[in-house]
Each structure stands twice: as C-alpha cells, then as structure tokens.
Design a protein around this ligand. Structure first.
Ligand code: GDP
Ligand code: PGA
Ligand code: MN
Ligand code: MN
Length: 611
C-alpha cells in the first residue's frame, strides 16, 4: 500500500469500528494507490463518470438525446453472469446442495487471499456503504462493497441507496453489514496503460453464507460485480430468509388496478431474460386496467401480524436486458431510459451519439458502432448489441412507479406467478389448486437457457422458482422452506397465502413463431388472474391445474388466429406424459431433501394424466 493509501485507511471517516478495521485489512492486502469513501453525492458521481470517460470505459452520449447517460463496452469475455465460477462456500458441502458449486471455505479463502494480494495496485479502492431495501425498514439490510472499479460505483449508485446517509445510519446502530469485496483483478504496474474494461480471465464469485460475506474477483459485469444485487439480495438474503422465516426471490413485483378501482399485487418469478422487466413495465392492452411497477428483478417477502405475505423490492434501479426493449414492445421502459441518468453496457452507438439495439426500432440505423467498437451496417450479419446488453436506470424514472414502492412495509401479495421460456408443453396460464401445488409448479419450473449467463443458449433446464443460480443453500431445503409457509403460525393455516399460477409467453406455433403476442397483451392473462382471485372468471380443470374456460380470457381487440390461440393455451396430455420422466429425473437430484408433498403432487399429476 502506498503511504497515501495507508494514511487514508488509518483515518477512516467512520466511527463504525468493524468497518474501519475491515477496510484497513483489505487495503493492506490489495495495496491500492488510494482509498475513496463513496459519499453518494451527485458531484462525486459526475467526477467518477468523467474519470471513466477519460479512461475510455465510458462514452458520453449526446446530452440532447440521453442526458447524463453513458455507454460502456465490456471485454468480450466479460458479458454475463458466470455460473460455473459462482460458489457457495458453506462450512458443510451438503448445505450448498446439488445446484451450487462448493469449496471448503478455508481453502477458498486461502485461494482468494492469494488472488487479492496486490490486486488493486495502481487503482483506487472505493468503499461503498449501501442498503438493500428501505433505510427506515425495521431491520435495514446493510452492506459495504469495496471495489476497484468506478463503473461499479456509478452503477451501484443507480441500483441501491449508497453513501453517507447509509453510513451514518449504520454508525448510529453499530449495524451488522455484509462485507462484499470486489476486484476486477487487473493491477496496474508502474507506467502501465489501463485498458477500457479491465478484468481477469480467472473469475470467482464467492459467497460465505454462515458469515454472510461475499468476495468477487475478475469480472466487472453486472451480476458478478454489483454485489448488492444477485450476490446479496438473492444468494445471501435467501440464507437469511431461511434462518429468519421470510423469502428472498427472483421476481418482479407489480400492482394492477381493475376498472372498478380494486388493486391486486402480483409477483412473478421468471429466469433471467425471460420477461420480468417487460412484465414489470407492462402497458396493458385490456380496457380500463392500470398497471404500476414496484420492482423488476428481486422481491423480499415477509409475513405481517395478520398472516399476509407482504412484499418489497430491495433495489433502487432497473438493470434491464436491452435487446427486444422498444417503443412498440415496452414504451414504459423506453420512456424511463429516455429521461437519462442511464448507464448502457454492450449496446451499439449511433452516429448521433445515441444508442441502439436489436428490437429498439423496427428498422436498424444505416450505420452504427457495434458493442465491440466496430463499424456496423444492417447487412453485417451479426447483432449490433450483445444479446445480454443492459440499461441501468433509476426506478424513480418510471412514470408508472407505484407510490407503494416507498412503503417500507411493502404490499400485501395477492398472487404469485411462475414462468419460463418453453416452446412446448406449458400452456399460457394455469392456476394451482393449492399452495402445495403452487410450490410444485415452482419446484419443477423449466426454461430454455438465455444469454444472461455464460454457456449454451436454448437448452431446457429446470430452474426452481427461477432461483437455480441464486439459491444460497441446499435446493431441497429451499423447497421445504417454501412448502412449510403453509404451516407458519403467522400464515393462519395458509389462509392468507397468495394464489399461484404457472405461465408461459413463449410457446410456439406450427410455423415456429411465438403463438402468443406477449408484452402488453399479457395483461389479458393478468386480468384473468385477478378475476380468478375475485371469483369472477371461469376455469377448466386439466390434469395439471385450472386453465381459462372457453370465453373467460378477455380477447377483445386482440388479433390472434384460432390456431395460435389454441397453440398458446391448450393443455396437451401427451406433452405432459413426456414431461413426467423429466420431472422424475429432476427430483432425483434432491435425494431425501425433497419435501414429501412434492412427491405426492407428482404422483397425483401422474394419476390424473392416466400415465
Ligand atoms: P428479464 O431478464 O426476466 O427481466 O426479461 P426481460 O423483460 O428483459 O426480457 C428478456 C427478453 O425477452 C427480451 O428480449 C424481451 O423482448 C423478451 N420478452 C419479454 N416479454 C416477452 C413476451 O411477452 N413475449 C416474447 N415473445 N418475448 C418477450
Ligand atoms: P435479469 O437480471 O433477470 O433481468 O436477466 C439479471 C440476471 O439475472 O443476470
Ligand atoms: Mn435477474
Ligand atoms: Mn430484467
């Protein structure tokens, strides 16, 4: 550590002893040139953005088109979450379960210490106090991220509440915080020129669930580097939730109001890049229905005194998939982005200093600089934006943000939806007959893989509650936790548990196209769900669940052929008979941690299918 950094570490501007000590330990290990305590102010933000422009990480966009907005192009090898490099280092291997990579925590720490030794040389070490959820929650969830990336600081400022206000509150109560250490793993030697996107080929995204701590090395990309998001609010929070009797889930949270003025709060768990942000920001096509957004990626749920599940979004911004987001498919997202204050990653740059991605407009501009910095024309034969390119925008910029977003007690949840990308088998919407069947829907959820994580795209995999990459402990114990909610005393025998639905916007027709138009038209499904809760919509029994009875799905004004409607909504016994062995196989992974009720649900389904 330079004399300068040593000085700053010793004179840490905090009375929080544990924090001061941790910062000085990390500084001694990583040897940064300087230490910067992030205050969260606007002036600081602007300075950091200028620094990122100067270092070539950021391109400032045309102020008239996108005020205070920037484009970052990442290293082509650092574009998505790295699930194969993500570890849950619980003390016992069996506590990590079969869905996680595991390594002994002592061994892992030795390895990480080696990697972090001198890893911040030539760089500034930023200390970012943050809170997930409300600062005035009963039990605010604090964290402090230490990072050597200014890109991380500016993005964290959008995704979470950060800085002095948070630090002062932590000090007042000497609060526990989750230490979250991040380095891009690219120290600069004396005189060495920096690159636009520093990172390391070797990546480690590591969680210590008993300690509630996080260490991330080698990647600068979103989910790997903005540690308040997936690492804290899902992986570590899911462990806290198991221990404390609540839920931390990969869900959108929205509020729908019917023409009579009655509101319904609905959450939906879909895997990454399967439609959460679009659903959260839906522009309903059904007459008289209003949608408001509360969150687009993460929901924390807890029981209140009368046994209702109440839900909050712990995040402060959207980190949305850019491709496919356009004025026709998602005008609400486009309006939020157009207000500025946005960081784009891996989209294309227009000649006017704006941005473009596939699906933003019907026709591509005649010339672009693609996400890798090369000239691009519509005949290039390759996408201009990376399929997992993102916009990072403050949630407050959504015109449709619900006032309830600011309520630290959250909203009472009326329904939960599970969904994924399935070309076949899963109908547009089915309702579970019971909580137990709802958990069965979630536990067997399946989806074709997307570009949101490294690896092959389009392969069907099981993704329980859309949490496969995010459950911070044993997946069987996780299912048990869901299953047991039924019996929690606060839930009054499950009386107030939300209704559960399984949806699929992605079923294909005979020509291979999407059978269901999706996006704003999904409001027709939402309407059916709300009407079911009110007992106003008819349903038909299938061996799986209850699907809309003929005529009960509002199709007024919808242009869809009979064959597409049939393809989107039908329940097919043969398809489900083929699904049974896949579920069977999936459940084998859980061994004796599989809740007995899930086995019973599977047996009952088999029986109803006559298989
Ligand atoms: P998230 O990652 O789960 O938040 O998913 P997004 O809402 O960002 O959507 C991921 C991709 O799926 C984007 O390319 C969207 O355009 C596309 N998508 C979202 N909703 C729908 C839908 O209802 N139908 C179809 N066909 N595509 C959708
Ligand atoms: P997504 O969020 O769910 O919007 O894709 C990021 C991620 O899961 O990696
Ligand atoms: Mn996500
Ligand atoms: Mn999203």
């Amino acid at each position: 550590m330079t004399a300068n950094a040593e000085q700053t570490a010793l004179s840490a501007p905090t009375s929080h002893q544990k924090l001061a000590q941790w910062v000085s330990e990390v500084a001694a290990l990583t040897q940064p040139d300087a230490i910067h305590w992030v205050d969260g102010s606007e002036s600081e933000d602007l300075k950091l953005k200028q620094l990122l422009v100067d270092s070539g990480t950021f391109t400032k966009l045309n102020e008239d088109l996108f005020p205070n907005s920037y484009l970052a192009n990442s290293d082509p090898a650092d574009v998505a979450r790295v699930e194969s490099r993500t570890f849950i280092c619980s003390e016992k291997e069996e506590d990590a379960g079969f869905t996680n990579n595991w390594m002994d925590p002592v061994e892992m720490k030795t390895k990480l210490n080696g990697l972090f030794e001198g890893s911040m040389r030539g760089r500034t070490m930023y200390v970012i106090p943050f809170v997930m959820g409300h600062l005035d929650a009963k039990n605010p969830k604090f964290g402090v991220e230490i990072s050597d990336s200014a890109y991380v600081v500016t993005s964290m400022r959008i995704m979470a509440k950060i800085g002095n206000e948070v630090l002062r509150k932590m000090e007042e109560t000497d609060a526990f915080f989750v230490p979250a250490l991040h380095s891009v793993g690219a120290p600069l030697e004396e005189g060495e020129e920096d690159v636009a996107w520093p990172c390391n080929e070797e990546k480690w995204i590591v969680h210590f669930p008993e300690e509630r701590s996080i260490v991330s090395y080698g990647s600068g990309y979103g989910g790997n580097a903005l540690l308040g998001k997936k690492c804290y609010s899902l992986r570590i929070a899911s462990v806290m939730a198991r221990d404390e009797g609540w839920l931390a889930e990969h869900m959108v949270l929205m509020r729908l109001t019917n023409p009579e003025g009655k509101s319904f709060n609905i959450s939906a768990a879909f895997p990454s890049a399967c439609g959460k942000t679009n659903l959260a920001l839906i522009d309903p096509t059904v007459e008289g229905w209003k949608a408001e957004v509360l969150g687009d990626d993460i929901v924390w749920m807890n029981f209140d005194e009368d046994g209702s599940l109440r839900a909050v979004n712990p995040e402060y911004g959207f980190f949305g998939v850019a491709p496919g987001t356009g004025w026709s498919t998602n005008p609400n997202a486009m309006r939020a982005i157009a207000k500025g204050n946005t960081i784009f990653t891996n989209v294309a740059l227009t000649d006017e200093g704006g941005v473009w991605w596939e699906g933003m407009t019907d026709e591509a501009p005649a010339h672009l600089i693609d996400w890798q910095g090369n000239d691009w024309t519509p005949d290039a034969g390759r996408p201009a934006a990376h399929p997992n390119s993102r916009f990072c925008t403050p949630i407050s910029q959504a015109d449709m943000l619900s006032d309830e977003y600011y309520n630290p007690d959250g909203v009472k949840l009326d329904a939960i939806m599970f969904g994924g990308r399935r070309k076949t088998t899963v109908p547009l919407v089915s309702q579970a007959r019971s909580w137990s069947q709802g958990v069965f829907f979630g536990s067997t959820l399946s989806s074709e893989t997307t570009a949101a994580a490294e690896g092959a795209v389009g392969v069907v995999r099981r993704d329980p509650m859309a949490m496969l990459p995010f459950i911070g402990y044993d997946a069987g114990d996780y299912l048990n936790h869901w299953d047991k909610l039924r019996d929690l005393p606060a839930a009054q025998g499950g009386k107030n548990l939300p209704a559960v639905f399984l949806v699929n916007w992605f079923r294909r027709n005979a020509d291979g196209g999407f059978a269901w138009p999706g996006f704003g038209e999904n409001s027709r499904v939402l309407k059916w769900i709300c009407d079911r809760i009110e007992g106003k919509a008819e349903a038909t029994e299938t061996p799986l669940g209850l699907i809309p009875a003929e005529g009960s799905l509002d199709l007024v004004g919808l242009e869809i052929s009979d064959s597409d409607l049939e393809a989107a909504t039908r329940f097919d016994v043969e398809e489900w008979k083929n699904e049974l062995p896949l579920i069977e196989q999936w459940y084998e992974n859980f061994g004796d941690h599989l809740p007995a009720s899930m086995r019973a649900e599977l047996d009952a389904l088999r029986e109803r299918l006559g298989a």
